[in-house]
Design a protein around this ligand. Sequence first.
Ligand code: ZN
Length: 317
Amino acid sequence: MYSWHTQDYLNLAANIQKRNFGALLLHGAANSGRSELTNELIQFALCQSPQDLHACGQCSSCILWREDNHPDIVLLAADNSEERKTLQIKVEQVREVIDFASKSRHLSACKIIHLPDAEQLNISSANALLKVLEEPAPDCIFILQANNINKLLATIKSRCFKYQLTYPAWDDALKLVVENNPDNAEFWLRYFNGEPLFTPPFENHELTQLKATLLKPGIDAIFALSKDLDPKRVGMASLLDFMLKWLSDLFLVKHGNNANYFVSDTSAMQGLAAKINNDKLFALQEDLVFLSRWSEHPLNHKLQFENILFKYQQIYV
Ligand SMILES: [Zn+2]
């Protein structure tokens, strides 16, 4: 668990100890250690002899938890081995969980049902889950995590104790990034909105090539880029995200502001920004947002990426 979550942990552990809720919804800080904090809370809730709001680490419950073999916890998550556009929790999975909730405990004082990504609930599985959330068994605690609680059904949210986790201060986050990714640490931290637990989507030379091509979008450079940065290898979603951030910065620079992500490129962007046709820029943004929704779909990504780059070239008049 990370230092910026210490107070969140103590607040939540105290509430778990008092059984103040049957369902907890943790949100925010997805790339700032939310899963580490959640795991620590679960171990505490299951521990047979907790001390000062912390799991003992030695009881049979703590040992089974570490071995990923605890009988009083069940994971409710989509099967990611299936090839689907979006991963979804199925109704049958919820039924199995309801069955688990009705059975007796093994060694801990409570049973945990953990949804690491509550946004995987579709309407049917969310409705199936509602019944058990409405009248939870007294020895059951639901722990849900979500990046964006606005995507959850209001009926699910209203039955949970909602808790927004703390984000790290910039300096704390940067310290952690420097330990893991010393190259371009500040750039990537800004790129990932100050959340430190990311994997850079591109190598350094790829980042340099991407920026150089976007600053001088000639035909040869575009073909070279789409050949070197094969979307199949680097991921279409990463490329689309990069383009969207680049365009939003161009727009900022055009209106006399500093770039938000590409700070060191602000002055290089100024010459380009003056030539932008706003309507074409907005149209390209819309295309990118649309494609983002389908980025897992097996279309011809290389062709799409080239198409995007040529449209990008044409936003300059
Ligand atoms: Zn223990």
